[in-house]
Design a protein around this ligand. Sequence first.
Ligand code: ADP
Ligand code: MG
Length: 288
Amino acid sequence: MIVCENLVKIYKAADLEVVALQGLDLKVESGELMGIIGNSGSGKSTLLNMLGGLDRPSAGKLFVDGKDLFRLSTAELVEYKLRTVGFVWQNNARNLIPYLTALQNVELPMLLGGKRKRERAKELLEMVGLGHRMKNQLNQLSGGEQQRVAIAIALANQPKLLLADEPTGSVDTKTAAMILDIFQELNRTLGLTVVIVTHDMQLARKVDRVIAIRDGKTSSELLRRKAEHTEELETGEEPQEHEELAVLDQAGRLQIPREYLQAIGADGKLRIELEDGLILLLPPHPRT
Ligand code: ADP
Ligand code: MG
């Protein structure tokens, strides 16, 4: 569904240049539910905006659903935004129109006409658990309910890819978990590919795979796998654990966590040795 290779985004403002993505690599399979985490300013929103066709990347490769986003004309990009991707923002004001009802909000962006439109909007609101709130005006709904309307809107044109930028950023923990459950449900029942940006590690653990972005590059990946030990079985929860993998870029470069380098007293340079099927990273020998 998504292939990013060496993706670069440079923002130019006056005489200042900000490199928001510096050679990011990412592959997402169709039907995956994945999370993106990273500190503020690490490039998460920039990546999502590139994926959503809201802004153009500066260099590298970017394919979504087989389309080369560097080569789409302006008209094709409009079509892409309308049909291929759905977007959910953290800020409700960007998703919704406050003086319309939930139903009207969902109907608004739909490409379908007439009666079918209303039926489909109702279907979508039921899907996000708001069947009973359709006639309510947006300002009568709670933050979590409004965010669910936003999800219904994002699904209006049956996108293949759902992008959510900190969708749980402004709701409480319980509501956040519920919103995440909806994404999970949509992923499972509709086979929708979902990419969620979050800074909440607890939430991130609910998805199939989490990638961590550091300084505009993919630095590590957290994969869920079946736990080998069975302790967790007693709690009635699915046995699972996460394995954190560092990501190698196209040239085989690796980002090593700063704490690790400090722990071995490495400063700028390392010895690399291959031994018994392991790659060892060692501090340099003291100079004689
Ligand atoms: P995140 O979503 O991870 O917090 P962003 O993608 O918003 O990070 O930002 C990445 C970097 O790009 C930051 O240094 C930010 O200041 C800069 N940036 C983002 N958008 C713009 C813009 N429109 N113009 C200039 N700089 C920007
Ligand atoms: Mg952001």
